[in-house]
Design a binder for this molecule. Structure first.
Ligand SMILES: Nc1ncnc2c1ncn2[C@@H]1O[C@H](COP(=O)(O)OP(=O)(O)OP(=O)(O)O)[C@@H](O)[C@H]1O
Ligand SMILES: [Mg+2]
Length: 539
């Protein structure tokens, strides 16, 4: 209004985009402003991808030049502004005929003022007036001052906006680093927190949502909406793509429900760098957490092995101490049983003593196995043959229980150095456990394979599975979930003792209601260097 012109038209560049604002004071005698993305002024990159040729004014002059009069007859200031006036004798534009569209008025005075915004971008102002002889050099020069201030204000505003964006990005990265340093948080909790930091770091937080996908897990920001605009980056760990992080813009206004019109690519260049930075940061956090978890797992394994070793020593002592008196009880009971003239009830009592002693001796034998007190005779053992021999008499038991048996034996399996009788015991104990875990029938798979220089015997069932809280205890002597009389809880302890004395390790994979797989890893002959145990994994 203060310029006294009827129409003001402002064009300006922002990177490769060009925008246009228009204020029409007359003929509506109302102040009207609108913003449009102006395609005509858009900077086209030249063929070599270099900066566009020509100034903004050169590119849009044909549009602004009212009837070509500016190019032909304009006066010009030193600053490059031009103007033409409607001569007194020419007819005034008829506003009624043109329906109020200022640009279709036939005769008008026009001034065009180019200005700089920040050295990189430019702007152009066009003033229109229907008044004849409206513009003077003095007036146009005063517009030039106005345009310069406008350019400076716009540059300032842009720098401020860029600074705000930068602050948001840095805050986001800082908060991620802060959360990552909280070692008591699990990986899942860490990612759940981080995903909430992402939308506020984007230019339009009110329509932004974020999502982090890692392996099979997905973490979403509150009120997540997968909008049509997406900016994402891969999460790569040790060269393997493990997931991705994405920020979405929705095109729906959450308050009004109206569809928002965004640019084709509404994300800032800085935001592209930011998402890459976030993905890199996530990769290193995940790597770090995995390493921590692995360390904790190994520590727990060592503790578990220590506990078992202590129990083993105790068991060995007890077994040794009990063995002798038990031998005496059994020997004398058997002797007494042979005495002539025993009454029926006396004989039956003695037989009970004998069978109880035999049972106790069996337990002691198992305890000695567990504590590796049993001498072994090691030789080359072919596990495939061991499985075939073992299944000979176990298979009929399976069939009776409604269990089908599958063999999956690797051809040309390397031999292992071991005690065949003890390894047979391992197979029997594991198969018996599997049979007991499938009271309603199922499938048993017994197989062999090789991995990382180890020969593996695996026994897999489709039984009840082992509850996660019991996994740690199954190797403890006398740990059983079976009814009294059905299990002593020594089967797996024996397995553990034997495998350890062969320098091997055991892995358990189990899911409640689905089944269990025990893997016995034994060093192949090529890898075996002498005898002796090596503490391994206990699952
Ligand atoms: N294949 C399996 N499926 C489900 N649970 C199992 C399996 N193998 C072992 N378990 C669990 O581990 C426990 C300990 O097994 P372990 O063989 O040491 O003792 P037990 O079978 O109970 O008794 P024992 O073998 O001395 O007769 C079992 O009671 C059972 O809860
Ligand atoms: Mg058992």
């Amino acid at each position: 209004c203060s310029t006294r012109a009827d129409v003001l038209d402002l064009w300006f560049e922002d990177g490769e985009q060009c925008y246009r604002w228009q204020a029409v004071v007359k003929p509506r005698s109302a102040h009207r402003l609108k913003s449009v993305a102006a395609d005509h002024g858009r900077r086209e990159r030249n063929r070599e991808g270099g900066p566009p040729a020509g100034s903004l004014l050169e590119r849009i002059l044909p549009l602004l030049d009212h009837g070509g009069r500016i190019a032909a007859q304009a006066e010009q200031t030193n600053g490059g502004s031009r103007w033409v006036n409607v001569p007194e004798r020419e007819d005034r534009g008829d506003e009624r005929k043109t329906g109020g569209d200022a640009f279709r008025c036939l005769s008008r005075s026009v001034a065009i003022i180019p200005f700089e915004i920040d050295g990189r971008n430019e702007g152009v102002l066009r003033f229109d007036s229907t008044e004849p002889g409206f513009f003077s050099r003095k007036l146009v020069e005063s517009y030039e001052n106005l345009a310069q201030s406008l350019g400076a204000a716009m540059a300032n505003r842009r720098a401020q906006a860029a600074l705000n964006e930068r602050i948001k990005e840095l805050t986001c990265m800082y908060r991620i680093a802060q959360i990552a340093s909280e070692s008591n948080l699990s990986l899942g909790d860490t990612l759940s927190e981080i995903v909430e930091f992402l939308p506020p770091a984007w230019q339009h937080p009110e329509i932004a949502s974020a999502r982090i996908i890692l392996d099979e897990q997905t973490f979403r920001s509150r009120g997540f909406e997968e909008g049509p605009y997406r900016l994402g980056a891969d999460i790569v760990i040790h060269g393997i793509r493990r997931g991705r992080v994405d920020v979405f813009y929705t095109d729906r206004d959450s308050d009004s429900g109206k569809t928002l019109l965004l640019e084709e690519n509404p994300f800032l260049e800085e935001e592209r760098h930011l998402i890459q930075g976030v993905a890199r940061e996530l990769s290193s956090i995940i790597e770090h957490k995995h390493a921590e978890e692995e360390k904790a797992r190994l520590l727990e394994q060592v503790r578990h092995a220590d506990r078992l070793a202590t129990i083993g020593q105790l068991a060995a002592g007890v077994a040794h101490e009990l063995n002798e008196p038990l031998g005496n009880i059994l020997g004398f009971a058997q002797l007494a049983n042979k005495s002539p003239g025993l009454t029926g009830s006396l004989r039956s009592d003695i037989e009970k003593i004998i069978s109880a002693s035999l049972y106790a001796r069996e337990i002691i034998r198992k305890m000695m196995f567990f504590s590796r007190q049993t001498p072994s005779r090691k030789m080359e053992v072919n596990l495939n043959k061991l499985v075939e021999d073992g299944l000979l008499f176990l298979e009929s038991r399976c069939t009776k229980a409604g269990i089908t048996v599958e063999r999956r034996l690797e051809r040309d399996l390397p031999v292992v150095l071991g005690d065949p009788a003890q390894l047979q015991q391992v197979l029997v104990n594991l198969v018996v456990n599997s049979i007991q875990a499938m009271p309603d029938g199922g499938k048993l798979t017994v197989g062999t394979t090789t991995r990382d220089g180890a020969v593996i015997l695996f026994i897999e069932d489709t039984g009840v599975g082992i509850a996660p809280e019991n996994l740690k205890s199954v190797f403890m002597p006398f740990f059983t979930t079976k009814d009294v009389g059905r299990g002593t809880g020594l089967g797996l302890s024996v397995v553990h003792g034997i495998v350890n004395s062969h320098g091997g390790s055991i892995k358990i994979n189990s899911a409640v209601g689905e089944g269990t797989c025990f893997e016995i890893h034994l060093p192949s002959m090529a890898e075996t260097s002498g005898e002796g145990g090596r503490d391994g994994e206990q699952g």
